[in-house]
Design a protein around this ligand. Structure first.
Ligand code: MLT
Length: 405
């Protein structure tokens, strides 16, 4: 009789956003007349920009003619997209990333879950707490996280770096030395950022200790302040210690279209001198047949002059929502942070409520859905996340309801 991978049995509960979805559906069923506003999962609401739609149409037409039809994409991505990424996301920021260090994928969620495969099972991971759940769960699936303690909600073999108001939601260098460090800035869920000198400290630390940083830059397009790095490769020495993940979901609305990429520099080697770039290429080639041609052309259009202008307008639209949420919450007496360089607003649940108590309260009394901070880790307890990715009208209405509570 077959047996399953027992690591899966150790996973606590269901995936955060599935749990929220179930709770909201149950509430909707019991209250069919209520108009629910979702500011929970960070899913975009604006349609794809016209320049992206034009390129999609054109690419679809190409697929209709034998001369321009495309079958399997190159498994590392088309050169037209990889060179647009190298030029716009790196060279323009003073970072020298070669095309063959860029691996196009179907999104940063898969990359952030899959990347752990190329590391030893004995490697120890360090994560921010609260944390995007995918990092920990996928390491747990691989059997790298030890035993889960239901009471503390901590894994025995994970180094947690608490990010709370007291430290400006920025992780401190851990006492125990990790092998793999997950960092995400601008941060999901807190919306916090770190400045370049702080990120440089992490890069220096990783180079000194022989750790690798997995840097999730999915929200970099939302950075509005100076001196907040858009890529870890703005830091000196990052190419010998860091992998970067990025996504087209948040900067250009590809949540339903799916496109992302990972940067694995050739200079990045493990302690025996093995190249991670070669290993990731081997893994990518074996398990992935490339993101669709049509979607990669759409990704290329994000970097066209029109595409840049239009996606910038969308980001401004969402950041206007962020301002509305932040100011509205402040007026209503909430303690809030984030929302300046990120589309997430992180608030303290009022009256000593737990994160899930506030979730239920908000759903029942304002018919607004948010994300409980404790779903991202124990240091998220007592906090709550609202996203700026809703429509302007829903954001205004949600804040009106919250203020009336
Ligand atoms: C979130 O809400 O945290 C994100 O949208 C989830 C994701 O990007 O997978």
């Amino acid at each position: 009789m077959f047996k399953i991978n027992e690591n899966y049995l150790k996973l606590p509960g269901s995936y955060l956003f599935s749990t929220i979805g179930k709770k909201v559906n149950a509430y909707k069923e019991a209250n069919p007349d209520k108009e629910i506003i979702s500011l929970g999962i960070g899913d975009v609401t604006q349609p794809l920009a016209p320049a992206i739609i034009d390129s999609l149409h054109k690419a679809v037409d190409e697929m209709a003619a034998r001369e321009t039809f495309h079958g399997y994409a190159p498994d590392l991505g088309y050169e037209f997209l990889r060179s647009a990424i190298a030029k716009n996301d790196y060279a323009a920021r003073g970072a020298d990333i070669a095309i063959d260090e860029i691996f196009v994928s179907d999104g940063a969620k898969c990359d952030s879950g899959n990347i752990q495969e190329i590391f030893s099972i004995n490697n120890k991971i360090a994560v921010c707490d609260p944390v995007y759940p995918v990092y920990v769960d996928t390491n747990a699936m691989a059997g790298r996280t030890g035993i889960y303690n239901k009471e503390t909600e901590l894994w025995s073999d994970v180094i947690y770096m608490p990010c709370k108001a007291e430290n400006g939601f920025a992780p401190e260098l851990p006492e125990e030395t990790p092998d793999i460090i997950y960092l995400c800035f601008p941060n999901n869920p807190t919306g916090a950022t770190i400045k370049k000198p702080q990120l440089q400290e992490w890069v220096d630390y990783a180079n000194k200790t022989g750790a690798v940083i997995i840097y999730d830059a999915a929200y970099e397009a939302y950075i509005s302040e100076e001196d907040v790095p858009h890529t870890i490769y703005e830091c000196e020495g990052a190419k010998t210690c860091a992998i970067e993940l990025n996504s087209f979901s948040k900067n250009a609305g590809f949540t339903g279209t799916r496109l992302g990429y990972a940067v694995v520099p050739k200079a990045l080697k493990d302690s025996d001198g093995n190249s991670l770039n070669a290993l990731w290429a081997r893994r990518h080639g074996t398990k992935f047949n490339g993101a669709p041609y049509i979607i990669q052309r759409a990704g290329e259009a994000v970097y066209s002059e029109e595409g840049k202008k239009q996606t910038k307008e969308q980001i401004a639209y969402y950041m206007n929502n962020a301002g509305i949420i932040k100011e509205g919450l402040k007026e209503a007496g909430f303690t809030v942070s984030g929302g300046v360089n990120a589309p997430y607003i992180w608030l303290t649940a009022p009256d000593g409520m737990t994160s899930w108590e506030f979730f239920d309260y908000l759903l029942a009394n304002a018919n607004v859905v948010g994300t409980p901070g404790s779903g991202f880790g124990p240091s998220g307890e007592g906090y709550f996340r609202l996203t700026a990715f809703g429509t302007y009208e829903n954001t205004i209405e949600a804040l009106k309801r919250i203020k009336e509570l």
